[in-house]
Design a protein around this ligand. Structure first.
Ligand code: HEM
Length: 184
């Protein structure tokens, strides 16, 4: 494992400024989150299904879409409960979700817009249900933390693969990236 998920979580909580008040807001709204999760899953998979590439990935194996719908519902509800107070279990789960996406070959270009769809759908639902803006802000923050886990997984997996395959040091790899970026 390239990163320590709990440390990464702590850093993201600080950077995204997910406060104790945000966590309390999310926990208080957990029943509402659970209630709307299936509807959010419908919106999410409807969006993915309208993209030719993503639709092909979703239907690549038997039963995948069904399994995914279920895991999405769980994922959505977990943002509200924080599982173990947004602790080790939460961080390990988010890291694993990141790794699954890397393994399946879904690039960041798909994941970022998909998360934007979730954030927008939640905002709309909040307005329709007369829920507070404060809840929307807290949800936006936790969505960004979850997104950061998936994005970081791409880099960590790619970097580890190169380092293992080549035996390069971290410093050499970093230098090559910097030089490569400068020449683009
Ligand atoms: C907001 C962004 C996303 C979230 C929150 C999300 C959520 C999840 C979760 C919770 C899992 C289950 C992980 C596990 O098995 O432990 C998963 C797996 C997967 N996701 Fe996503 N996903 C996102 C974006 C995408 C996108 C853009 C695609 C593109 C098609 C995608 C396709 C898949 C596939 C193919 C799997 C593996 C399914 C299998 O078990 O065969 N996801 N996702």
């Amino acid at each position: 494992m390239a990163i320590n998920p709990t440390d990464f979580m702590t850093t993201m909580v600080r950077r995204v400024q997910l406060s104790d008040a945000d966590k309390a807001t999310l926990t208080a709204a957990a029943p509402w989150g659970k209630e709307i999760a299936p509807e959010m899953a419908d919106i999410f998979y409807d969006y993915l299904g309208r993209d030719e590439e993503m639709n092909a990935i979703l239907n690549a194996t038997e039963g995948r879409i069904h399994r995914l719908r279920q895991t999405f519902v769980e994922w959505f509800a977990e943002m509200f409960t924080g599982m173990d107070g947004w602790g080790k279990n939460y961080a390990d789960r988010r890291w694993k979700i990141g790794l699954v996406h890397v393994k399946v070959g879904i690039g960041p270009q798909h994941v970022v817009p998909a998360m934007a769809v979730v954030v927008n759908a939640v905002r709309q639902k909040l307005r329709q249900s007369g829920q507070s803006e404060v809840l929307g802000d807290a949800l936006g923050k936790i969505c960004m933390i979850d997104l950061a886990f998936i994005e970081q997984a791409y880099f960590e997996v790619s970097a580890q693969a190169v380092l293992q395959e080549t035996g390069w040091t971290q410093a050499l790899f970093q230098r090559l990236i910097t030089t490569g970026a400068a020449s683009m």
